[in-house]
Design a protein around this ligand. Structure first.
Ligand code: HEC
Ligand code: HEC
Ligand code: HEC
Ligand code: HEC
Ligand code: HEC
Ligand code: HEC
Length: 381
């Protein structure tokens, strides 16, 4: 064997060993970086959340408790709070650690001056279990799960990956019954579309003027988020919710949702509201949806819909498709009636008032608010 071949073999062996080391190193798993492996960050700065902001090795530093709130104890998984929900709320409610740049988005009862994309868990300070995902509860079952799921402790990490991933909002790739990865992406208005797999789906390099140039909170503002159409119908937000609410999501023509692939076409009625495949154009030709009315609404009032072309609808073209977040908030809904008639506040629903405000906004007027105002944007019955 020539010296040259031996050298080449040794070289290849080294490349293989280095490759294995690289694959096993933390660099390639990205765990713990600001919940996710960001490349494009707010003002292109580094936003790395340290392990020690959530974990403590011994519960004590400098003789002081490392537990948030100061308790002299330690908790499972070396966490700095008694429960996962409490840990997440330490930053994501009232910004109790006074962080800035980036500021943690408030998901409990947001008073940071923007409308939170996911809604509130305790809108108006009210924890209404009928009107929110009941985080912190034990032994809960998602309606429509098939096979039936029982979640022994329902928390933020049933839906979000605490160590980050490349999905929109670090959404878990396999929620509930999902047996393969579900990717979710979005378009951040003024900043561009983020493609899952290459850059983290959490692009934050805002280039427009306005809120985005001064704060990371721009990307959590409901009005700045548009849901793109996934290349395949097994990806995107509606199939993602379907990971737990299995029967609520499906292709047109299946037993669970009824209809047909291309809309009801006048002869195949839906048995559950369609949440994919079918757009307003189709509904318009089937005489079930009112495209002109939908197109006439101002973009600030129009409810969310998956938007394949990212273009505003016109009276002749409207490819928007209704999906779960056209009618629901992901976290919890508005509680405008909680003191008088709380039975109206249920199922995380989006209600719209006579001026077009949604029920999580402080400007919402309960006396003119109706869910009918939402349905009629598309149906105008
Ligand atoms: C935002 C908070 C947060 C940060 C930051 C964080 N973790 Fe965690 N980690 C958690 C939570 C919550 C759990 C508990 C998961 C469970 O109950 O299953 C956990 C679990 C773990 C576990 C055990 C189970 C597993 O998922 O492997 C390890 C190991 C771990 N973390 C290591 C780290 C390291 C190392 C870092 C820093 C690179 C880090 N964590 C950063 C919140 C965090
Ligand atoms: C990890 C599983 C899981 C995922 C994913 C999930 N849910 Fe749920 N959902 C539940 C559970 C459990 C309940 C029942 C307990 C409760 O009310 O929170 C529930 C209840 C609901 C309710 C009824 C609320 C109430 O208080 O009665 C609505 C509406 C809802 N989910 C919508 C959604 C939407 C929309 C999505 C996607 C953005 C989604 N869910 C994703 C687990 C899940
Ligand atoms: C049932 C699934 C589910 C649960 C449980 C859940 N989230 Fe979310 N979360 C989502 C989805 C889906 C979005 C994206 C919603 C959107 O943009 O409309 C989101 C968005 C967010 C955001 C971005 C801010 C915003 O207003 O959209 C943060 C931060 C967040 N979640 C934190 C949490 C924390 C902390 C908990 C636990 C207290 C939690 N989530 C529980 C599904 C969930
Ligand atoms: C030490 C403070 C801290 C803790 C604890 C913490 N977070 Fe966060 N989180 C932040 C900050 C700050 C941001 C904003 C990052 C940004 O804007 O880029 C954030 C952002 C997020 C986002 C949005 C990510 C995106 O795609 O923009 C989610 C989802 C989230 N956190 C979930 C959680 C969950 C779930 C927990 C509990 C396991 C948790 N956080 C605990 C500080 C924290
Ligand atoms: C973002 C637009 C949008 C919103 C909002 C919306 N829908 Fe629909 N809806 C559609 C489309 C599109 C179809 C499919 C029509 C078709 O197949 O031709 C549909 C189908 C239906 C059908 C079934 C018709 C059939 O063919 O069997 C009913 C009933 C319905 N919607 C009621 C409602 C109600 C009630 C609300 C409010 C809670 C609502 N919709 C909100 C767009 C919407
Ligand atoms: C057109 C509006 C609309 C769309 C789209 C829609 N929902 Fe609903 N959802 C409602 C309304 C209204 C209710 C109240 C109960 C009812 O009418 O069935 C509800 C109730 C629910 C409930 C509570 C059921 C219970 O037993 O308490 C869950 C869970 C839910 N929806 C999840 C979803 C998921 C997941 C999607 C997407 C796959 C979705 N919804 C799409 C309007 C909608």
């Amino acid at each position: 064997m020539s010296v040259q071949i031996k050298k080449n073999r040794r070289f290849i062996a080294w490349v293989c060993i280095l490759g294995v080391i690289f694959l096993l190193s933390p660099l390639s798993t990205h765990s713990g970086e600001y919940h996710n492996p960001k490349q494009n960050t707010f003002l292109k700065t580094t936003e790395t959340l340290a392990c020690s902001q959530c974990h403590t090795m011994h519960g004590s530093q400098g003789g002081q408790s490392m537990i948030y709130g100061g308790a002299a104890t330690v908790y499972p998984y070396l966490l700095r709070a008694a429960t996962i929900v409490q840990l997440c709320r330490t930053c994501h409610e009232n910004n109790s650690l006074s962080m800035s740049n980036p500021t943690p988005p408030d998901i409990w009862n947001n008073t940071l001056g923007y409308t939170p994309s996911g809604g509130d868990f305790a809108n108006r300070g009210y924890e209404n279990e009928q009107n929110r995902h009941s985080v912190g509860q034990t032994n809960v079952t998602p309606p429509g799960s098939n096979p039936t799921i029982t979640i022994t402790y329902f928390s933020c990490i049933n839906c979000h990956d605490q160590h980050g991933n490349t999905n929109y909002r670090n959404l878990k790739k396999r929620p509930g019954n999902a047996s393969s990865d579900i990717t979710v992406s979005y378009t951040l208005d003024g900043a561009g579309t983020c493609s899952v797999g290459t850059t983290p789906c959490d692009i934050n390099d805002v280039t427009t003027t306005g809120q985005g140039t001064t704060t990371n909170l721009y990307k959590y503002n409901r009005g700045n988020v548009t849901f793109s159409k996934a290349a395949s119908n097994s990806n995107g937000i509606a199939p993602w919710c379907g990971g737990c609410h299995t029967k609520w999501h499906g292709a047109g023509g299946t037993t669970d949702v009824g209809g047909a692939v291309n809309g009801d076409t006048g002869s195949s009625p839906w048995v559950r509201h369609p949440v994919r495949d079918v757009n307003i154009d189709q509904g318009n030709s089937d005489l079930h949806a009112d495209r002109s009315n939908w197109a006439s609404l101002s973009s600030t009032v129009r409810t969310r819909a998956v938007d394949p072309d990212n273009l505003a609808p016109t009276s002749s073209v409207a490819d928007e498709q209704p999906f779960c977040l056209s009618c629901h908030y992901a976290h919890g809904g508005g509680n405008p009636n909680y003191t008088s008639d709380s039975t109206l506040d249920h199922s995380n629903l989006v209600f719209i008032d006579g001026s077009g405000n949604i029920n999580i906004d402080s400007a919402y007027t309960a006396s003119t608010g109706r869910i009918r105002n939402l349905c009629e944007q598309c149906h105008n019955q």
